[in-house]
Design a protein around this ligand. Structure first.
Ligand SMILES: Cc1ncc(COP(=O)(O)O)c(C=O)c1O
Length: 376
């Protein structure tokens, strides 16, 4: 069976974990945490990075930093992972779902302004498959109404909008290092802070509401409880794993982009013949080779293709179920029909994608997808 995902190990993970375990510090914010954070700050120009145990944690930190209160409204796409919304719902926010765009699953930037009210606090954009949202337009709207922009860049490490790294444009941004992502640490994530207003408080929220980070830097002689917070930082064992991955980021990225291009090349005749929709990269977007997907005509066709591929030994999978129709939110949702979001929930199919996927396996997968459509 060709799996959907296979976590890649660069070879140095256990060496660095061994080093971390044998050092005097295994808890968070040690040598490896700081090396990882500095790497991302230097490479992508994020003002400050804090590793977290997951992207979910980083999103929850955003909700705390923005002091979200019951009744506040947060605009985001319905076509996203549950954590994008849940982080804000935990603080009592009302999530205002926007539709995806027709050309790709990202939020339709033209639908955002109409959803803004006096209670709106933030816009959360999700760079689906590492493909950039229209950030100039989003930032223009946010500035006009004095809203905060959070980039949920869970899938978007090392991707760009024009020449700017994703995650460096919004006031805050969040990344995932879950084992399905380009670089991984099992579970893992990161908050990037680009707005000075949040720098000091983010460290405090990260460390259980205490000023322990300032204490470790020698700025104060004892630390204590100064704000709300939680335990968002991962142990050094996780950070050591991530550091081994970071060292091979360029190699990982170049292979993943090669895989993406190979899929595109071998499937583009299906697009030409209007059998499927392939990923659309707007001219302003880079490509970080995170994912390759198809959009089928309807659910029946997608499910038949999934079954056909499974019988051939290929594990292809669908993705998000639109949050406005989820069992938790359906009765709370009062907005319009979000037909593109529903379309992606019902028709999008993700193909196997991982560093060790071989060109001959891509050929095998594409040959079968082509056969499926050509026999119809
Ligand atoms: C858009 C998006 N946001 C947040 C998350 C949550 O990431 P994590 O599993 O690191 O908490 C995911 C998970 O894949 C995601 O796709």
């Amino acid at each position: 069976m060709i799996p959907f995902n296979k976590p890649y190990k660069t070879g140095k993970e256990t060496k660095y974990i061994y080093d971390a375990v044998n050092s005097a510090k295994i808890s968070g914010n040690g040598k490896y945490t700081q090396k990882c954070q500095k790497y991302f700050e230097d490479k992508y120009g994020f003002k400050k990075c804090l590793l977290t145990s997951s992207c979910t944690d980083a999103l929850e930190m955003c909700a705390l930093l923005l002091e979200i209160k019951p009744g506040d409204e947060i605009i985001m796409p319905s076509y996203t992972f549950v954590s994008t919304a849940n982080a804000f719902v935990l603080r009592g926010a009302n999530v205002i779902f926007a539709d995806s765009s027709e050309s790709n699953p990202n939020i339709d930037e033209n639908k955002v302004e109409g959803l803004i009210t006096s209670r709106t606090k933030a816009i959360v954009v999700v760079h689906y498959a590492g493909i950039s949202c229209n950030m100039d337009k989003i930032m223009r709207i946010a500035n006009k109404y004095k809203l905060i922009v959070v980039e949920d860049a869970a899938q978007a490490i090392d991707s760009y909008y024009k020449k700017k790294p994703l995650g460096s444009i919004g006031h805050l941004s969040t990344f995932s290092f879950h084992e399905t992502k380009n670089i991984i640490s099992g579970e893992g994530g990161m908050l990037a802070i680009n707005d000075n207003r949040f720098l000091k408080r983010a460290e405090i929220i990260w460390e259980k509401g205490t000023n322990r980070v300032a204490f470790w830097r020698g700025e104060i002689d004892k630390y204590g409880w100064v704000d709300i917070g939680s335990s968002f930082l991962p142990s050094e064992i996780i950070a050591a794993f991530l550091y081994a991955q970071i060292e091979k980021l360029e190699k990982i990225q170049s292979k993943r982009i090669q895989i993406w291009n190979e899929y595109y090349k071998k499937l583009k005749s299906l697009k030409r013949n209007n059998k499927v929709i392939l990923p659309y990269l707007p001219p302003y977007s880079g490509n970080n080779g995170h994912m390759f997907y198809l959009v089928c005509k309807n659910t029946k066709e997608r499910d038949e293709l999934i079954m056909y591929l499974k019988e051939t030994g290929i594990n292809a999978v669908f993705h998000y179920q639109s949050l406005h129709t989820s069992p938790f939110y359906i009765n709370k949702y009062k907005g319009k029909d979000l037909s593109w979001s529903i379309k992606y929930s019902e028709c999008l199919l993700r193909l196997p994608f991982y560093f060790e996927l071989k060109m001959k396996e891509i050929d095998f997968i594409c040959r079968h997808i082509n056969m499926f459509y050509n026999s119809q």
